[in-house]
Design a protein around this ligand. Structure first.
Ligand SMILES: C[S@@+](CC[C@H](N)C(=O)[O-])C[C@H]1O[C@@H](n2cnc3c(N)ncnc32)[C@H](O)[C@@H]1O
Length: 211
């Protein structure tokens, strides 16, 4: 969903038959069944906050499940979330009027913003944008972008991308880290979920650590 110019797509929260979906441009950008996987990913990230409290950065607000979990972790000093669309933040704030003081939300496109973030400024990044296939397959883009992610992490800091429903490490991330931790978690999606490989099985949370 890389969108550098042009107008915003239609964004809405769809609540139907006990299911909650954030729909962006008619696509399932996020669904509430992911909560436990978001929480497990957030908890893993927060393990790397160090003794003085962690400073974390997140890409993609969505329903804010991971954002709230990270901000509310006692080990988190500051958590900043980057979101592409005003409407996503508006919907989130309407559902959560009282946000933790250590949580801030900023607007922008990750593929631009990453170049502006200061070096060695964060203990961890949770990376969960919903991207189009043409972005995922753009090798030159990832080769430009991932060294910047490594640059902004402190030594010992981690990059935690959203879970995979295949037991594979993504080529986009692997060459940039030597130490990789993977946790397997069972998941059950909605029957209507279209963005997982099957609607139940195992999900793999990956944590890439900078030396
Ligand atoms: C899967 S949702 C995030 C879900 C979130 N982890 C949660 O717990 O609810 C993806 C979000 O990333 C945002 N996004 C997509 N592309 C982006 C980009 N290039 N930069 C920043 N945010 C982006 C979308 O607008 C959407 O809100």
């Amino acid at each position: 969903m890389e969108q550098r110019t042009g107008s915003a797509p239609a964004i809405e929260l769809v609540e139907k038959n006990g299911e909650l979906t954030l729909s962006i441009g008619g696509e399932q950008a996020m669904q509430a069944w992911e909560r436990d996987l978001m929480w497990a990913s957030a908890d893993m990230l927060c393990e790397y906050g160090g003794e003085n409290g962690g400073e974390f950065y997140e890409v993609g607000l969505g329903l804010g499940l991971s954002a709230l979990r990270i901000a509310r972790n006692p080990a988190t000093r500051r958590h900043t979330v980057l979101e592409l669309f005003d409407e996503v933040e508006d919907l989130f704030r309407a559902r959560h009027p009282d946000l933790p003081d250590n949580l801030s939300i900023e607007r922008g496109d990750f593929f631009r913003r990453i170049f502006e973030l200061p070096s060695e400024s964060i203990d961890g990044m949770f990376f969960d944008p919903a991207l189009d296939m043409e972005v995922w397959t753009d090798r030159a883009l990832w080769e430009r972008t991932m060294p910047e992610v490594v640059r902004v992490l402190r030594p010992g800091g981690v990059f935690v991308p959203f879970f995979s429903t295949r037991p594979e490490l993504r080529w986009q991330y692997v060459p940039h880290f030597r130490s990789i931790r993977v946790e397997r978690h069972p998941f059950t999606a909605y029957d209507t979920t279209t963005y997982t490989h099957g609607t139940s099985g195992d999900a793999y949370i990956q944590c890439y650590r900078k030396d």
